[in-house]
Design a protein around this ligand. Structure first.
Ligand SMILES: *[C@@H]1O[C@H](CO)[C@@H](O)[C@H](O)[C@H]1NC(C)=O
Ligand SMILES: *[C@@H]1O[C@H](CO)[C@@H](O)[C@H](O)[C@H]1NC(C)=O
Ligand SMILES: *[C@@H]1O[C@H](CO)[C@@H](O)[C@H](O)[C@H]1NC(C)=O
Ligand SMILES: *[C@@H]1O[C@H](CO)[C@@H](O)[C@H](O)[C@H]1NC(C)=O
Ligand SMILES: *[C@@H]1O[C@H](CO)[C@@H](O)[C@H](O)[C@H]1NC(C)=O
Ligand SMILES: *[C@@H]1O[C@H](CO)[C@@H](O)[C@H](O)[C@H]1NC(C)=O
Ligand SMILES: *[C@@H]1O[C@H](CO)[C@@H](O)[C@H](O)[C@H]1NC(C)=O
Length: 820
């Protein structure tokens, strides 16, 4: 008897051990009941009946916090598709998930404090929580997995993943709205910055938002696909179910072969991706990403603007206005701030003869302010739209069967783009007074041709006039003057982001009061961003003065300042980006110098001369650059020179000379003798620097260098010696020996020597330089240049060397292209 009892106890004891071992090692089936909770410290999980999904505690990324989540059982990289206690982790492994008598799933920590609750409740008996093979965690009563028995389901509370069978959108009966929310970071599943929601205004559409700002719009469902995504629905492995009726406005999808894992995931960055697990690559592969190019950015081109990414490849603006519309603020528009969009050129006639222009291949505009009728055909749609002056455009709702239904845009037309394929038709209202496109195109062409002819004639005239008139006559550069504008302010964050937050990888160079970074704006435009260093002594007012001063300079041969940002102690200047870097990185490089043949170099010399002439006399201000040198000449895609770095430029006062003995700034070698020695600079100091630059471009050699047979000579001395020997051809860079035009080259060198005359009054003005370069006017004979002895020789002369050493290390230089 006693033995029996003993053995009975032993059996109970033994089965306890077996049970707890079983429990500890893996799962307790697919349910959690009132009796059996899920303990983290016992490493418990439950697995859906078909083995597809698993639920349990996990720690994301590098975090040690514990969360309840659901992941794919058979995917090695744990991919969590749902998290219960997103923002409220259990700090240790004392968490227990259980179901209480009222049918609420509750997560409690070691001190029995409720961390999270599903808040479901009913008087049902014996509620259980079950993980279904769809990945849905449900609380139910009764045995059947029938949705009517569900008290609660995780599918009603999605996190960042939409699984097959899960509905996104509005249950109009209960008022429940389900949407995806991105994680905060890979280590933190708390709600992040982005959501993907069904917007039920007008014709429902799927949006990605950041807070309340729309980032991306999938567009309305057109019967075959979301009109704003190029996701190919021809893929037969899944189906999409948009539902729009009295009870719900939702979208969901299913997968034809349920053993293939597919889901929509809203990533940290706000990209909504449709992904599928690949066993081959052991990775999630994207079918489509919502945001794929700049044109996908919501409302990039503003109201009545249309985005065409193909334009970017042609180097043109990706935003354009719809027919009959024009940019609201042309200057902002030109500076690629398209956000204000376009406005009507001519008001609508309203009933009196307005017409519609048909666009094809579009992403239809935002449908949140539309009126629609599924029973109307396109003709009825047109006649209804034309009668109502607030109707801006119309189209079919559904593209199947040749087009079904009518939708009319009552509000602004926003977020339109072109697609290469699968785009839709849109009929846009235009005023009767806008003439036929083909006619207006012809008119535009005629005008353009006319303008070109006039321009060419004027250019010729100027040239002829220039020869006849005095050298001081203004010649040939004002044609590029553009009206002044106020400098646009850019958002600091936007610019910071464009440079990868001033990543060292984006750094192009370093200047005296800041570094220059390459940035890529959201629209794809590349820019150079100069960031003034925080410890720069240059105050904000000085900075602003400088900015407004540079902003007023607009010339083809000056680098363009696109805007600036002044915020939170950050001071940024945004310039156009010059892909071919600076002149010094090309002409002095043995290999790269071959890319610049003589015609290109001649064009560069002429361009620089015109740019300086503009500074000296054609701009509203008369400006001395003071730091002309090869590294400050940037080259655009077509190798056109652009003068950069106005950090040291000065506006010329009445005397024509500025004395600045306290601080001699500039670059040795390019500095004229009177400036370097006496601190006096004038327009002629720039002419001197230009002369040095010209000789460098022709010879491919630096001002300082080793020159046979007299190593003490610098480039000027060397050129002067060859000139005296009548042997100038020997100065020419080997990179251009096959392409040079002898008379052009020899004239150029002689002009260069004239520019580097030691006395300012012996140097020509820039207008005369431009004239000499562009005509066959007889050239004066140069005298011996200034500073023709190399620096080494000069350094022994202590009285002059001090000027260089003090100032050079402190000079303020703005470098836009990389320093080679
Ligand atoms: C649970 O898993 C962790 C890590 O794998 C392990 O250190 C711990 O001993 C396990 N606990 C139990 C009760 O099996
Ligand atoms: C269950 O519901 C009853 C009545 O609504 C409530 O008084 C009770 O506190 C609930 N129990 C739990 C554990 O939530
Ligand atoms: C459940 O209700 C509590 C109290 O009203 C609330 O703080 C909590 O956020 C709710 N939990 C969920 C998952 O909605
Ligand atoms: C479903 O996919 C699995 C895994 O890729 C494959 O083995 C199976 O044959 C597929 N079933 C059907 C019916 O295509
Ligand atoms: C979310 O926004 C905040 C504030 O703008 C930002 O600091 C954070 O990096 C963003 N998170 C992600 C994942 O982009
Ligand atoms: C899954 O793991 C493999 C191998 O460790 C890795 O290459 C891959 O990037 C991982 N995929 C994901 C989605 O984390
Ligand atoms: C134009 O259509 C809108 C939207 O249906 C409506 O509110 C408005 O009254 C209409 N205007 C006219 C003049 O019919």
């Amino acid at each position: 008897m006693r033995g029996l009892i003993y053995s009975g106890e032993a059996i109970i004891f033994l089965s306890c051990i077996i049970f707890s071992t079983l429990v500890a090692n893996s799962s307790a089936g697919d349910t959690i009941s009132a009796k059996q909770g899920l303990r983290d410290d016992m490493n418990l999980t439950i697995v859906s009946a078909g083995g597809m999904f698993e639920l349990g505690f996990f720690s994301p990324g590098h975090s040690t916090n514990r969360y309840i989540g659901i992941w794919y059982k058979n995917i090695a990289n744990r991919t969590v598709v749902w998290v219960a206690n997103r923002g409220i982790p259990v700090r240790d492994n004392s968490g227990v998930l259980r179901i209480n008598v009222n049918g609420s799933l509750v997560l409690v920590d070691g001190s029995d404090l409720v961390i999270w609750s599903s808040n479901s409740s009913s008087s049902a008996v014996n509620p259980v929580a079950q993980l279904l093979d769809s990945g849905n965690l449900v609380v139910k009563y009764g045995k059947e997995a029938d949705p009517v028995n569900f008290l609660w389901q995780s599918f009603d509370h999605p996190t960042d993943s939409l699984l097959p069978g899960m509905k996104l959108g509005w249950d109009l009966v209960t008022g429940l709205n389900t949407y995806l929310t991105s994680w905060k970071s890979a280590d933190d599943p708390s709600p992040g910055n982005y959501t993907t929601r069904v917007n039920r205004n007008g014709i429902p559409q799927l949006l990605v938002l950041r807070g309340t700002n729309v980032q991306f719009r999938f567009g309305p469902w057109d019967g075959v696909q979301f009109s704003g995504s190029s996701l190919s629905i021809l893929d037969l492995s899944f189906n999409v179910f948009p539902v729009y009726n009295q009870k719900e406005i939702t979208v969901s999808f299913d997968v034809v072969n349920s053993s293939i894992a597919m889901r929509v995931v809203l990533k940290l960055s706000g990209e909504a991706q449709f992904v599928r697990w690949s066993d081959a690559t052991q990775n999630w592969e994207a079918y489509s990403t919502a945001e794929r190019d700049a044109c996908d950015r919501y409302a990039l081109c503003g109201p009545y603007g249309s985005c065409n990414i193909a334009q970017a490849q042609l180097g043109k603006s990706i935003c354009g206005c719809l027919k009959g519309y024009q940019p609201k603020y042309p200057e902002k528009w030109r500076l690629t701030d398209w956000s204000d969009g376009c406005v009507l050129k001519t008001p609508f006639g309203c009933g009196t003869g307005d017409r519609f222009v048909r666009y094809s291949g579009l992403k239809l505009p935002d449908t949140s302010r539309t009126w629609f009728n599924p029973n109307m055909n396109l003709e009825e749609c047109e006649s209804t739209c034309i009668k109502n002056c607030s109707c801006k455009a119309y189209s079919n709702i559904d593209i199947r069967e040749g087009g079904i239904g009518c939708m009319m845009w009552i509000g602004d037309l926003i977020d339109i783009r072109n697609y290469r394929e699968n785009g839709l038709d849109l009929y846009v209202r235009i005023s009767a007074r806008v003439r036929n496109i083909s006619i207006s195109l012809l008119v535009v062409l005629t005008v353009l041709v006319g303008l070109y002819v006039i321009h060419a004639l004027r250019k010729r005239m100027r040239r002829i006039r220039g020869i006849v008139l005095l050298p001081q006559e203004r010649i040939g550069t004002t044609e590029n003057d553009e009206p002044y504008f106020d400098l646009p302010l850019f958002d600091v964050m936007l610019i910071a982001k464009s440079t990868n937050f001033f990543s060292p990888k984006n750094k192009l160079g370093e200047g005296g009061f800041g570094s220059v970074y390459k940035g890529t704006l959201d629209n794809g435009q590349e820019v150079a961003v100069k960031r003034l260093s925080k410890d720069s002594k240059q105050g904000i007012n000085e900075f602003k003065t400088e900015v407004s001063f540079i902003a007023k300079l607009q010339h083809r041969n000056l680098v363009r300042l696109l805007g600036c940002s002044i915020e939170e102690g950050e001071m940024l200047l945004i310039y156009e980006y010059m892909p071919n870097k600076s002149l010094d990185s090309l002409i002095f490089d043995k290999e790269l110098s071959k890319s610049l043949d003589w015609p290109k170099r001649y064009n560069i010399i002429n361009g620089i001369a015109r740019g300086i002439l503009y500074l000296h006399q054609d701009s509203a201000l008369r400006i001395i650059h003071r730091d002309l040198k090869a590294s400050n000449i940037l080259l655009d895609r077509e190798m056109n020179p652009k003068i950069s770095d106005f950090g040291m430029a000065r506006i010329l006062g009445g005397s024509g000379r500025i004395t600045n003995t306290t601080k001699v700034v500039g670059t040795f070698g390019y500095m004229s003798p009177e400036y370097a020695l006496d601190g006096i600079f004038s327009l002629k100091s720039d002419v001197y620097s230009f002369g040095v630059l010209l000789l460098e471009i022709v010879s491919g050699r630096r001002m300082k260098g080793f020159y046979d047979p007299d190593p003490n000579l610098n480039l000027l001395g060397h050129a002067w010696r060859l000139y005296q020997e009548g042997n100038l051809v020997n100065l020419i860079s080997s990179a251009i020996v096959e392409s040079y035009d002898e008379s052009e080259v020899l004239r150029s060198i002689q002009i260069g020597l004239l520019c580097v005359q030691p006395y300012p009054e012996d140097r020509p003005t820039m207008s005369f330089v431009v004239l000499m370069l562009s005509s066959n006017i007889e050239l004066p004979s140069p005298k011996q240049p200034g500073f023709f002895i190399d620096r080494k020789a000069q350094e022994s002369d202590s009285s002059s060397s001090q000027y260089f050493d003090i100032s050079l290390s402190k000079r303020l230089t703005m470098q836009i292209a990389p320093l080679s």
